[in-house]
Design a protein around this ligand. Structure first.
Ligand code: NAG
Ligand code: NAG
Ligand code: NAG
Ligand code: NAG
Length: 336
């Protein structure tokens, strides 16, 4: 119902120009999740994203990396992908073997073991990129890879030093990782950015509606402004009263919708009876400078507006019908 009270306003298109310019980076992130419940069982799953769009998936049960998007292969050829698949298969086997070895060697590591790796690169321009590699043990960040070697995280337990010493003694691993992070990753991401351009730059308009939330305080109302279905992620939402920002607006986190768009809500606590004139104001790049403003108490306005719109529609219809009717008659007369 409150949908109807939302209006589109054409204001300050320049507000978005600056923040949009900062939105052009799409970091490529791979996440590996490895679980070792005991000495005889393990599983390793992988996921990859470009920006906030998932591009690849590698399930423990599969020998091959799945392409989530039609453009997930990037500009790599089938042969290049075959070689990569082979490298990652070998990597997965040796990773599992190495972790089991570490559990045997290091008394402080116990089953069940959970390892998470986050690695990838952020390409800024043709020759400028930044690569990263982080590892976590039981959910705590323990080490990273920088330049040519592994390094201990500041708060990692002392036994991490031994693990790092072993890893840094393995030339083959160090060289492969350097090649993957600093050569292959930026090269792949360049192709991926090109192949996925249209989807990465898509613009989805938000839908906005208002509802009443659960109020924590007696005699107060919680007004909720829901903003959903927008892409890309950055959105600007505030509650206003008589064009004044209400500084107690509380924004939720961005939550993903199933269709790769985003949802967010902004809530405002007000004293009961003081909600007149309150409105939710939304700016998003897809609106191209038009803003959405939804009034909490705009029902009367909207009823008037609907009646007006219906009358207008009827009038336009009548005019069109008349024009078509007269035109038809004319053309028949022409033929006859
Ligand atoms: C190891 O863990 C798996 C999965 O939790 C379980 O099914 C299996 O029975 C365990 N094996 C041993 C030897 O404890
Ligand atoms: C994961 O894959 C490995 C190798 O194919 C297999 O031995 C293991 O049982 C799998 N783990 C699970 C939990 O399915
Ligand atoms: C990037 O590096 C290549 C080879 O090193 C060079 O030919 C090219 O001009 C560089 N591009 C830019 C924009 O610096
Ligand atoms: C909100 O604004 C009012 C005046 O407009 C001010 O008194 C108050 O301190 C502000 N609160 C916060 C949290 O900034």
């Amino acid at each position: 119902m409150r949908y109807l009270t939302c209006l589109l306003f054409w204001v300050f298109p320049w507000v978005w120009v600056q923040s949009e310019a900062q939105q052009k980076n799409f970091p490529f992130r791979c996440l590996q999740i490895s679980s070792f419940p005991n000495s005889s069982c393990s599983s390793t799953d992988g996921l990859a994203w470009l920006g906030d769009l998932q591009t690849h998936r590698w399930s423990n049960a599969s020998d091959t990396i799945d392409f989530v998007k039609p453009w997930s292969p990037g500009k790599f050829s089938d042969q290049q992908w075959k070689n990569l698949q082979r490298i990652f298969q070998i990597y997965r086997l040796s990773f599992t073997r190495d972790i089991r070895e570490f559990v045997k060697m290091v008394p402080n590591i116990h089953y069940p073991v959970e390892i998470q790796l986050s690695a990838g690169c952020d390409v800024y321009s043709e020759n400028v990129s930044e690569s990263f590699f982080y590892a976590a043990y039981q959910g705590e960040y323990i080490l990273s890879f920088h330049g040519t070697s592994f390094q201990k995280a500041p708060d990692a337990p002392p036994w991490t030093a031994f693990v790092i010493e072993v890893l840094n003694g393995d030339r083959g691993t160090l060289e492969t990782l350097q090649w993957l992070l600093y050569d292959l990753c930026p090269q792949f991401v360049h192709g991926l950015l090109e192949a996925g351009k249209s989807e990465l730059e898509k613009q989805e308009k938000p839908g906005v509606w208002l509802s009443r939330g659960l109020s924590p305080k007696h005699g107060h109302l919680q007004l909720v402004c829901h903003v959903s279905g927008f892409y890309p992620k950055p959105v600007w939402v505030i509650w206003i009263k008589d064009e004044q920002e209400q500084n107690s607006t509380q924004r939720s986190d961005y939550l993903p919708n199933a269709d790769e768009t985003w949802y967010l809500r902004a809530t405002l606590d007000v004293e009961a009876g003081k909600e007149a004139g309150l409105a939710c104001w939304v700016k998003h790049s897809s609106l191209e400078g038009q803003d959405i403003i939804c009034y909490w108490d705009g029902r009367n306005l909207s009823t008037g507006l609907i009646v007006g719109l219906v009358l207008l529609a009827v009038l336009i219809c009548a005019i069109i019908c008349y024009v078509i009717y007269t035109k038809k008659r004319c053309s028949y007369q022409d033929v006859l």
